[in-house]
Design a protein around this ligand. Structure first.
Ligand code: F6P
Length: 330
């Protein structure tokens, strides 16, 4: 019924929130939802601080101007939070009470898979919710790319380019830990983009013995006097201690760098802006069609929707075929 809403308006007032770790492009998604909603004659409310703000009633009506000049800004103007207690029915009942007070009938939730569960449960309580994949981690199986992944990847590449200058100058080994939660995509993609000597991810773990043997061979050979090693976070309890072991066992003067939260900031890339805009507008279409409990993805460049339970059950192997490149391009 896209376009027919004037004839049969199912909803009048929608809300939007961002939840979980922020990611570049969330603001573009907010803008798209607000502008698309207003174009269709809906009222749009911003819910600040994620589900926490929903429970507390931190809700403000938005207009076109509220989302002006935010396409190029990282972070989220609605701020974000993680609220574990949202799993509890009593907490969600409070949230639903607040939404009713404001007359909000449906919600767009931008966040990771934890945020999706909240969206599904709210839908089951009568408030239709649509989830948009906003996270740098790319750990949502129902979309080829999440909003923020591309920007983060480019940020990592900028950082590794800089680290490479000093690594080469000192003939060192640099071990660079990147984010991703338990998903290796940021490490895999950045490692390939940087031509790293070694890429270690949850899907591509390398036994420590092999790591040492390979790096020692590189150190002892004439043509490889430096090494860049990209490692997913959470694989080594202490990356600095790992670097010390590498230094001791391979002969490489070794340094470790944890890129940290710099990876989450910055102006969104053009790719993320477009992805967020397409998904945001599509989410509003879905709400107008009376859909809820779904999440939006981009699969083979097509914007699609999945039931949230189905999406969460999908295998997380969408880029597994790229792992072979690690071995054949080294
Ligand atoms: O989910 C995004 C993410 O940046 C992960 O990559 C990382 O593990 C986590 O959030 C860090 O969370 P926080 O900002 O709460 O330390």
């Amino acid at each position: 019924m896209k376009g027919d809403f004037e004839v049969f308006p199912m909803i009048h007032r929608i809300g939007i929130l961002t939840s979980g770790g922020d990611s570049p492009g969330m603001n573009c998604a907010i803008r798209a939802v607000v502008r698309a909603g207003l174009s269709y004659g809906l009222e749009v409310y911003g819910i600040y601080d994620g589900y926490k703000g929903m429970v507390e009633g931190n809700i403000v009506k938005l207009d076109r101007k509220s989302v002006s000049d935010i396409v190029n800004r990282g972070g989220t103007v609605l701020r974000t939070a993680r609220l574990k207690e949202f799993k509890e029915v009593s907490v969600r009942e409070k949230a639903v009470g607040q939404l009713k007070k404001f007359g909000i009938e449906a919600i767009v939730v931008i966040g990771g898979d934890g945020s999706y569960m909240g969206a599904k449960r709210l839908t089951e309580m009568g408030i239709n919710c649509v989830g948009l994949p906003g996270t740098i981690d790319n750990d949502i199986a129902s979309t080829d790319y999440t909003i923020g992944f591309d920007t983060c990847l480019n940020t990592i590449c900028d950082c590794v380019d800089k680290i490479r200058d000093t690594t080469e100058s000192h003939s060192r080994c640099s071990i660079i830990e990147v984010m991703g939660n338990h998903c290796g995509d940021l490490a895999l993609f950045s490692g390939l983009a940087e031509g790293a000597e070694m890429i270690i991810t949850p899907d591509h773990p390398i036994p420590e013995e092999e790591i040492m043997r390979t790096l020692k061979q590189m150190h002892d050979s004439d043509d490889n006097k430096r090494a860049i090693v990209i490692v997913s976070e959470k694989l080594y309890p202490n990356i600095y201690e790992f670097a010390e072991r590498v230094q001791k066992e391979t002969g490489f003067d070794t340094r470790a760098d944890i890129l940290g939260h710099v990876q989450r900031g910055g102006a969104p890339s053009a790719f993320d802006r477009i992805l967020a805009s397409r998904m945001g507008a599509y989410a509003v279409d879905c709400l107008l069609e009376g859909k809820g409990g779904i999440c939006i993805g981009m699969v083979n460049n097509k914007i699609v929707d999945y039931d949230i339970y189905d999406a969460l059950a999908l295998p997380r192997d969408k880029h597994v075929s790229m792992l072979r490149l690690i071995d054949i391009l080294k």
